[in-house]
Write a protein that binds this ligand. Structure first.
Ligand SMILES: O=P(O)(O)OC[C@H]1O[C@H](OP(=O)(O)OP(=O)(O)O)[C@H](O)[C@@H]1O
Ligand SMILES: O=c1cc[nH]c(=O)[nH]1
Ligand SMILES: [Mg+2]
Length: 230
């Protein structure tokens, strides 16, 4: 009989232990190739969006490895088979605008997920997040929230999102950001040690305008093709 190699260790598949918070960097060649492509200033919005979607799928695949599952039985045309069902309610929480670019591909993987939008923009002068849309309810929090935002720069926007999710009472939060700055991800990890922060790349510094260096510029503008033409 051929030996079976588990792509996902069973200990991670079915663990009832609380997932470990921290920063998880995805050093996969496919992931790093897309990041390289997106960094290129000549990559046009349609192609940029395509890479955002591919990366969202690859990240979600990693980030959902430890979702709790329960056994179910299913009738095939031939016999009964053992299968699994994902337990609990899952919420996708895109930070508008740029986080929207990651929602549909993750929803394709998790069609049962709820989507709870958070509207935040960074004030250009202060780089502080400003909330313009937040309809999180007061009760019945989801069991797991996946926050999507391609960029984690100062960490202010993700901090605002995680604060809102903490107030809602979400017990298990995962952040999916394509590129983070070292100082931003350190700050978020320190303030929210229970959160799992998934990144494709951590860049060393922020510039005077609090943009990630080298980064990829303004992710929202590049996804939605709103780069100032002047
Ligand atoms: O870590 P921070 O310093 O908070 O910066 C990161 C935030 O900045 C960008 O959004 P932006 O404010 O440009 O809004 P947009 O997505 O609408 O373009 C990005 O998508 C993050 O939400
Ligand atoms: O580098 C950065 C910083 C904030 N927002 C972006 O889109 N890019
Ligand atoms: Mg933007």
């Amino acid at each position: 009989m051929a030996s079976i190699v588990d792509a996902i260790p069973p200990s991670e598949q079915q663990s009832s232990a609380k997932p470990k918070g921290g920063v998880y960097q995805i050093n996969h060649p496919l992931v790093q190739r897309h990041i390289t492509w997106m960094r290129n200033e000549e990559t046009r919005p349609s192609s940029f969006r395509h890479s955002v979607r591919r990366l969202a799928v690859l990240m979600a695949y990693e980030a959902t490895k430890d979702l709790p599952i329960e056994p179910v039985e299913v009738q095939t045309p031939v016999a009964m088979a053992e299968g699994v069902k994902i337990q609990g309610r899952i919420g996708l929480v895109p930070i508008l605008r740029a986080g929207l670019g990651m929602v549909d591909p993750v929803l394709d993987l998790l069609p049962m997920a709820e989507v709870w939008h958070l509207g935040l923009y960074r004030d250009e002068a202060t780089a502080q997040p400003v909330t313009y849309y937040d309809k999180l309810p007061n009760e019945r929090p989801v069991d797991v929230a996946l926050v999507t935002d391609p960029m984690l720069a100062t960490g202010g926007s993700v901090t605002a999102a995680l604060t809102a999710l903490r107030e809602w009472g979400v017990p298990h939060v995962k952040v999916l950001s394509l590129i983070a700055s070292q100082e931003g991800v350190d700050m978020v990890a320190e303030q929210f040690p229970e959160a799992q922060i998934y990144v494709c790349k951590i860049d060393p510094v922020l510039n005077d305008q609090k943009f990630i260096v080298p980064g990829l510029g303004d992710a929202g503008d590049r996804i939605f093709n709103t780069v100032d033409p002047t």
